[in-house]
Design a protein around this ligand. Structure first.
Ligand SMILES: Nc1ncnc2c1ncn2[C@@H]1O[C@H](COP(=O)(O)OP(=O)(O)OP(=O)(O)O)[C@@H](O)[C@H]1O
Length: 567
C-alpha cells in the first residue's frame, strides 16, 4: 500500500474534525510569521544597536522582538495543544470504528487470528495511522509554509546566498528517498513482531497453570525470546537506518552552512552585505533546515505507518458473515417454533461441510436434547440459530419466518445462548447477571439469581451482589449457575445451552439440574450435550449421526425414559 492509498483509506474518518486541522495550520503559519519577524528584528538590532554600540537604538526593536516572541509562544502553545487534541481524537475515533467492525465479525475470524495480534492492531497500529493521517498531514502543511516563508525572507535578504542554500534541498530529498524503502520494511517487521509478542504474552498468561504444572517455563521463555528477537532485530535495524539518515543530513547541512559563511564573508569584504544581514541570513538557515529535514522525516514516518495501515485494512476488509435485510420482518410475540429445513453449512475455507441436510423442528416450549459424536455439528447448529452464519443451503426459521428476514439484533433479543465456556466479566456480580438486560432492577436481578440457585452463594460473598467477580473465587458449578441467572433474566422465548455440564464434576453437575429445569420451563430449549443423564429432563432427544442429519430418538409418553439405552 502506498502512502497515498493509505492516506485515502483513512482520511474520510477525519470528517467533522477538519476545521480543527485548519485552525492548527493557521496557528502554525502565524507562529512562523512571528519567527520571521523576530529574525528580521534581530538583523536590525545587530546593524543599528550592536555595530553602532547605541543603547538608544536597542529599546525599540528589543521591545518589539519580545512582543513578537510572546505572541509566537501563545500561538505555538495553542496550535500544538490543538494538534495533539485533534490527533488523539482521531485515534479514539479510528479505534472505535475498527472495534465496532471487529465486533460484527464471525467466530471463525477470531479462530484464524491470534487474539494478541488483534489487540496490537487495535492499539499500536491505530496510533501509527494517526501519525500518517493527522500529524503528518499537519506537519507537511506546516513544513511547506515555513519553507516558503523563510526562503522568501532569505531571497529578500541576499538572493545569491539563498541559491547556495536551495542547491542543497534536492540532496536532502535524495537522502530521504534512499532511506525510505528499508525503513518501511523494518517498520512492517516491527509491527508484526509487536503483534506476535502480545499474542505470546496473552496466550502464556492465559495458560499459566498448565505451564507451571507441566514445567514448561523454559519453553515459554524461549517462545517469547524468539518473538522478542525478531522484534529487536527489526527495531534496531530500523533505528540504525533512521540514525544514519539523520547523520547524513547533518553533514549535508554543515556543507551548506560553510558554503554560506564563505560566500557571506566575501560579500561583506566587497561591501555588498552588512554583518546584521549575514547573521539574519544564518538564522533563517537555522530555521529553514528543520522544516526541510522534517519533510524528509515525515516521509519516513508516513512510510512506516503504511505497514500499520495494511494491518488495519486487513481487519476492515473482513466482512461480517451476516447482514440485516433491507426491510426486516418485525418480531413481536415470538412463540418460539424453531425449524431447520434441509440445512447444510460449510465453514469459510473448510474442506468438508460441517452439516448436510439437517432437519429438525422444535415446537414452542419444547425441551430438546441434541446429542451426537464430537465434531458432528452440534455447536454449529447453535451458531446458525443465533445467525453467526447463514446456512449454505436450506433454511433456519423462527415461527415460520427465515432468520435472514429479521434484523440480527432483534433476532438475538429473542434467543439466549449459553456457550460452552462460562464467560464472566471482571465486574460486580450484579453487572454479570444483568449483562443481557442492563436495565433490570435490583429485585429482578435477585429474583433471577434465586431461580438459578445462585442467590444462596452470592449472599455469602463479602459484598454480596456488589462483589467484583474474580472467577477463581467461585466453583465451576457456581459460575454456571450465575450464567443461568443471566439467561433467566433475559427471559427470551428460545434458549440454547451448549454443554452446560462440561467441565463440572458429578456433584456440581447435579447442583445445576434444578436451575436448568427452571431455565427451560415455558420456553423452547435446545440443550446440546454428551451427558445423556440430562436426557431424562427433556421432552425429546435428537441424536445427530455422523452424516450431520438428525434423527429423532424413540420417545416413551413424550419423555425419554432411558436415553442412554435407546440411543
Ligand atoms: N471455524 C471453523 N472453521 C472450520 N471448521 C470448523 C470451524 N468450527 C467448527 N468446524 C468444524 O465443523 C465441524 C462441526 O463442528 P462443531 O463444533 O459444530 O461440532 P460439535 O458436534 O459441536 O463438536 P463437540 O461435541 O466436540 O463440541 C467439525 O468438523 C469442526 O472441525
Amino acid at each position: 500500500m502506498t502512502i497515498r492509498q493509505a492516506f485515502a483509506r483513512f482520511w474520510p474518518l477525519t470528517r467533522g474534525d477538519r476545521r480543527w486541522y485548519v485552525l492548527v495550520c493557521v496557528c502554525v503559519i502565524a507562529a512562523a510569521v512571528c519567527e520571521t519577524v523576530a529574525i528580521l528584528l534581530f538583523g536590525h538590532l545587530t546593524d543599528h544597536a550592536l555595530e553602532q554600540g547605541s543603547l538608544a537604538a536597542f529599546w525599540h526593536p528589543a521591545t518589539a522582538w519580545l512582543g513578537v516572541a510572546i505572541l509566537g509562544a501563545i500561538i505555538g502553545y495553542l496550535g500544538n495543544s490543538l494538534a495533539f487534541w485533534s490527533g488523539e481524537r482521531f485515534v479514539r475515533r479510528l479505534r472505535a470504528h475498527v472495534f465496532g467492525h471487529v465486533q460484527e465479525l464471525p467466530p471463525d475470524f477470531f479462530q484464524r487470528h491470534r487474539r494478541g495480534d488483534l489487540v496490537e492492531r487495535l492499539s499500536g497500529d491505530v496510533e501509527a495511522i494517526e501519525q500518517l493521517v493527522v500529524s503528518s498531514a499537519i506537519g507537511v502543511v506546516s513544513a511547506v509554509f515555513r519553507i516558503v516563508l523563510f526562503s522568501a525572507a532569505a531571497i529578500w535578504l541576499c538572493w545569491d546566498l539563498a541559491l547556495v542554500t536551495f542547491a542543497l534541498a534536492p540532496l536532502l530529498w535524495l537522502a530521504a528517498k534512499i532511506f525510505t524503502g528499508p525503513i518501511r520494511r523494518f517498520a512492517r517487521s516491527e509491527r508484526v513482531a509487536d503483534g506476535a509478542i502480545t499474542s505470546v504474552l496473552e496466550e502464556s498468561l492465559g495458560t499459566i497453570e498448565l505451564t507451571q504444572a507441566y514445567n514448561r517455563k523454559p519453553a515459554e521463555e524461549t517462545r517469547l525470546d524468539r518473538e522478542a528477537g525478531a522484534w529487536m532485530r527489526a527495531s534496531v535495524s530500523g533505528a540504525r537506518r533512521s540514525e544514519l539518515y539523520e547523520q547524513v543530513v547533518e553533514v549535508l547541512e554543515t556543507l551548506c552552512v560553510l558554503g554560506v559563511i564563505g560566500l557571506g564573508v566575501w560579500e561583506i569584504s566587497q561591501g555588498r552585505m552588512t554583518l546584521g544581514a549575514l547573521l539574519s541570513f544564518a538564522a533563517f538557515l537555522g530555521y529553514l533546515y528543520p522544516p526541510l529535514r522534517s519533510l524528509g522525516e515525515l516521509n519516513l514516518t508516513a512510510t512506516a505507518a503504511t505497514a500499520a495501515t495494511e494491518r488495519l485494512a486487513e481487519i476492515l476488509s473482513a466482512a461480517p458473515s451476516v447482514t440485516d435485510p433491507e426491510h426486516p420482518v418485525e418480531l413481536e410475540h415470538v412463540r418460539g417454533r424453531v425449524e431447520f429445513d434441509r440445512v447444510g453449512f460449510h465453514y469459510p475455507g473448510a474442506g468438508t461441510p460441517a452439516l448436510t441436510g439437517f432437519d429438525l423442528t422444535v415446537e414452542p416450549g419444547e425441551f430438546v436434547v441434541l446429542t451426537g459424536p464430537s465434531g458432528v455439528g452440534k455447536s454449529t447448529i447453535a451458531k446458525l440459530l443465533l445467525r453467526f452464519y447463514d446456512p449454505t443451503s436450506g433454511q433456519v426459521r423462527l415461527d415460520g419466518v427465515p432468520l435472514s428476514s429479521f434484523a440480527v439484533r432483534r433476532l438475538r433479543e429473542s434467543i439466549t445462548l449459553l456457550p460452552q465456556q462460562t464467560l464472566v466479566l471482571r465486574d460486580t456480580i450484579r453487572a454479570n447477571v444483568a449483562y443481557g438486560r442492563p436495565d433490570a432492577t435490583d429485585e429482578e436481578v435477585v429474583e433471577a439469581a434465586r431461580s438459578a440457585a445462585a442467590d444462596e452463594f452470592i449472599t455469602t460473598l463479602p459484598e454480596g451482589y456488589d462483589t467484583v467477580l474474580d472467577p477463581s473465587m467461585l466453583s465451576g458449578g457456581q459460575l454456571k449457575r450465575l450464567t443461568f441467572a443471566r439467561a433467566l433474566l433475559r427471559d427470551t422465548p428460545v434458549l440454547v445451552l451448549d454443554e452446560p455440564t462440561a467441565g463440572l464434576d458429578a456433584a456440581s453437575a447435579h447442583q445445576i439440574i434444578t436451575p436448568l429445569r427452571a431455565l427451560a420451563r415455558n420456553r423452547t430449549t435446545i440443550l446440546i450435550t454428551h451427558d445423556l443423564s440430562l436426557a431424562q429432563y427433556a421432552d425429546r432427544v435428537v441424536a445427530l449421526s455422523g452424516t450431520g442429519s438428525g434423527s429423532d430418538a424413540p420417545r416413551v409418553g413424550g419423555r425419554l425414559l432411558s436415553a442412554a439405552r435407546e440411543l
